[in-house]
Design a protein around this ligand. Sequence first.
Ligand code: NAD
Length: 445
Amino acid sequence: MKITVIGTGYVGLVSGTCFAEMGNKVTCIDVDSNKIEKLENGIIPIYEPGLEVMVKRNYDRKTLIFSTKLSDHLDACDIAFIAVGTPMGDDGSADLKYVLQVAKEIGQNMTTPLIIVDKSTVPVGTADKVRAAINEELEKRKVNIDFDVVSNPEFLKEGDAINDFMKPDRVVIGADKDETAEKMRALYSPFFRSGSARLIIMDVKSAEMTKYVANAMLATKISFMNEVANICELVGADVNDVRIGIGSDSRIGYSFIYPGSGYGGSCFPKDVKALHRTAAENGYEALLIGAVEAVNDTQKLVMAKKVVKRFGEDLTGKTFAIWGLSFKPDTDDMREAPAIYIIKELVSRGAKIKAYDPKAMHEAQEFYLKGINEVSYCNSKYEAIVDADAMILLTDWKEFRIPDFEELKTQLKQPIVFDGRNQYNDKMMMKNGFEYFQIGKQPLK
Ligand code: NAD
């Protein structure tokens, strides 16, 4: 099929590349000419394992091309995916300005029948708005071209996006017409080796809702466990044991019940807020969803509070090594990362920071911690700990899992570790002479 993907970010670039890998002819469009120029020169603007080699392979065999001009790439196109950002608006709802701008451009430029797919995460009712925006432009042009709007929310996880897309747990298609659903089924069938049982077809509104509910459910598990961790700590229980104890119940399961420094990233924070807002707009106060967000806001600063409790309110003259900046491992994405909040809190109390992250330091320097002179960036995790008063682990990158504890002890001014992801065994840490603080368990004495 001939496919155009509009918006070449995490979702657009991964989706477009994977569709090309399956033999479709794909054009990825973006308004960011810098990004498109980089891609045409083989430079991948994001870090995502396995993506670079796949982009290059498809670019070389011309199944994947890049452009800034949507108007040149809608002729004889079968399916156009909208994969632009849907950031949080001032009132917490999803801001649809980029989606509707693209819809308008499609209406202005389409020449042949087309399926338009909302792949961006968009609230219930957006497909109707996209349809209306396209119709308005077609009417202005006084042309009548057949089109349909489909919802196909994306469930890929940054850091494992290629795998998620190539071997999906499920693909959700919201289509109100059977023939459109069949075309979408044909597009996705190569991704399901054992038939298309996991291709779930439903009406458009239910598909739009499914994405928000999935993210809100996962965020709920995280906030629930973080709240449990805070209670465990107060009553003298060990959340790590509690986690294993409850996870063994197959109705609960082990995934997404790790306590930590709160969720971040480009999706959970904004999608939880947007669902809360959708409920409010429809006259319903979503108490649980509101609480998920409130717990997370508090949790992001739990590690900073532990540092203050140990070192005092005024952190002037103190230096902290930060291991991990991205909101989760295997990505350079720092959107809403707990590290941003913790670092700002420590700096506001006079501390200096020596930060190290395997992939996200550029993002931190250029955007999220830009202009904060108290933060310096190190070439390795061991460089970051030299003469620091303590090490604070914030992202569970694999390279932090079994560090050289002797080196850690030697280089730190004092052997103190704050672990925002519960990576180490506290008995082992105590035996090795560390003062060790984790989430959901009082430090051993
Ligand atoms: P992103 O910010 O990485 O990429 C969006 C891209 O769209 C940018 O490159 C931007 O320049 C481009 N763009 C904006 N307006 C445009 C226009 N008029 N024409 C062409 N390009 C335009 O965003 P993302 O992380 O890929 O997310 C995209 C959507 O997918 C969001 O709705 C998000 O919630 C959803 N989503 C994201 C993830 C994820 O893990 N990142 C997972 C599932 C769903």
